[in-house]
Design a protein around this ligand. Structure first.
Ligand code: CA
Length: 542
């Protein structure tokens, strides 16, 4: 009897799984999870000013939602939106309020509703590690209020620790020294105090209940230090992340966090395995991608890609990016002597064809360069929309100078130019959104036999794509004749059928659909083809 009911249960479970699986397939991309698709990072201060004070705001982003929808993105990450004494907002003075420069709660709610109505998810930066010295908790703690003293970490003496940048980490307070790993203006919160854990959970709950889809967690490696001065990735830090993940799922099971995992691959993987982190940022892949283009040699990128396939658990979501607010913009880092949009095009093409959730940074799609100088502001300059006096960003002088006056670097200038970087982004985004193998397919790195050519495949169900990327500034001849005598793969980017000897343009990337004639014989030919790539002497001998 028991066996029979178990068997029935098993059958029902299988049927349930099958129907869920089928409905998942049937729903397609419109039913994408908030943690899937393509994200767009916005620095609100620099995106669009709506009220003529030279500072970007929520109403400004609402005005640009048509643009973002047309681009094809499915998520927005807003850099910190809370009140802060600093322009960037990474030191929060009130976690429950909005920066008055950016708008009111009603403005934010409208932005959230309008974005989500278009199928665009919204995550916000959550700065957990530290508050501002202007936060009432710190003011009370510094004044010796016993209720708030233990919200921060205090010592009677300077313990001599070094912070994130190597500078002293203990700072003189009114009575004793307090820990601030980043800077004296950013006192570290004390997560050994259960009251602080609870307060931060309440804050997360508040924003999730308001409707945000998740958080980008700032400085995720540094939230809990060891008592003897280890400031990164301590076991207690991983435990905090694990508990926070569990907590936010109780508020909204679909909510997710993406961590600022600015560290090595082994450590990032630990966050997935030991802390159930939903999504990490793949910093090692970012470094390898940019440096491989700079060196015109993909060997390091190839190494990281192969390593990632071994290291990451299959359910780990990996954010892939080629720029963010902390990095020199690629239009600058990938240009030698003069602007070189072709390198930016290759970087973007790799981001949208490699595994991971792409996170693009506002302005990247028009090749917005860094401003002059070393300040972080130069990476976060106002967006350029058109050729008006203030580039369509504002009706007045913006809060910070534009990084360029080049009239070609604006949305309007690039919109109608078919070969522009902006249109290349649109093409790549559409390609990714319509080819499940690019979104979720298995990656296999292939040996190209050409030092400067990266070859890899992405496979999902019936779809097999072969991607060829040329890192050299000269064209490379590629022999495809070994695949089959009659096989003419189609390049999904140009739409052209490729001859058996194709020429890969300088810094070019092709996405070849090799999933046609999908029977066993074709599949085995594909495997043979992969082997041929693995043995360049055979390829050359054909
Ligand atoms: Ca404004």
């Amino acid at each position: 009897m028991n066996n029979v009911s178990n068997a029935i249960k098993k059958l029902l479970k299988t049927l349930l799984f099958l129907s869920l699986f089928l409905s998942f397939i049937a729903l397609g991309q419109s039913e994408r999870q908030p943690s899937e698709g393509i994200y767009y990072e916005i620095f609100v201060r620099s995106f669009q000013d709506s009220d003529g004070d030279g500072i970007g705001d929520f109403q400004g982003i609402i005005q640009r939602l048509d643009y973002l929808e047309d681009l094809g993105i499915s998520g927005i990450w807003l850099m910190p939106i809370h009140p802060s004494p600093n322009y960037h907002g990474y030191d929060v003075s009130d976690y429950y309020a909005l920066n008055p420069d950016y708008g009111t709660m009603a403005d934010f709610q409208k932005f959230l509703d309008e974005a989500q109505a278009r199928g665009i998810s919204v995550i916000i930066d959550l700065v957990v590690n530290h508050s501002s010295v202007e936060h009432p908790w710190f003011k009370a703690a510094n004044a010796g209020d016993p209720q708030y003293r233990d919200y921060y970490l205090w010592s009677e003496t300077d313990l001599g620790w070094r912070g994130v940048s190597g500078a002293p980490a203990w700072h003189q307070g009114r009575d004793g020294y307090y820990l601030g790993l980043f800077w004296s203006g950013m006192p570290d919160l004390n997560y050994r105090n259960p009251a602080v854990v609870e307060k931060m959970n309440d804050i997360a709950k508040f924003w999730l209940e308001l409707g945000v889809d998740g958080f980008r967690v700032d400085a995720i490696q540094h939230i809990v230090e060891s008592e003897d001065g280890l400031i990164r990735n301590t076991p207690d830090n991983l435990a905090w992340v694990r508990n926070f993940e569990a907590f936010i799922k109780t508020v909204n099971p679909q909510a997710f966090i993406v961590g600022e995992t600015w560290t090595d691959s082994d450590t990032i993987v630990k966050y997935h395995q030991e802390a159930n982190l939903d999504m990490s940022f793949n910093y090692p892949l970012f470094d390898a991608l940019i440096s491989s283009i700079q060196k015109r040699n993909p060997s390091n990128l190839k190494f990281v890609l192969e390593q990632d396939e071994q290291l990451y658990p299959s359910n780990a979501l990996r954010g892939i990016f080629i720029s963010n607010h902390d990095q020199i913009r690629p239009a600058t880092s990938l240009s030698f002597l003069k602007p070189d949009p072709q390198r930016s095009k290759l970087a973007a093409a790799l981001m949208f064809t490699l595994p991971g959730i792409p996170f693009m940074y506002y302005g990247e799609e028009i090749g917005l360069p860094n401003g002059p100088g070393d300040r972080d502001e130069e990476k976060r300059t106002p967006m350029r929309w058109n050729e008006d006096e203030y580039a369509g960003f504002s009706s007045v002088e913006p809060w910070y100078s534009f990084s360029t006056e080049d009239p070609g670097i604006s949305v309007a200038a690039q919109q109608n130019r078919p070969d522009s970087l902006l249109n290349w982004y649109k093409q790549l985004i559409a390609l990714r959104n319509t080819n499940p193998a690019l979104e979720r397919g298995k990656l296999t790195v292939l040996e190209s036999g050409e030092r400067s050519v990266l070859a890899f495949s992405r496979e999902l169900n019936e779809q097999r794509l072969l991607i060829l990327a040329n890192f050299a500034s000269s064209a490379k001849e590629i022999d495809l004749s070994t695949l089959t005598e009659t096989f003419l793969p189609r390049d999904l980017l140009s739409g052209n059928m490729q001859p058996d000897k194709l020429s890969l343009p300088p810094l070019g990337l092709m996405v070849l659909d090799v999933s046609s004639e999908l029977d066993t014989a074709a599949a085995s030919k594909y495997v043979q083809f992969a082997r041929v790539w693995a043995a360049p002497d055979i390829l050359l001998g054909q």
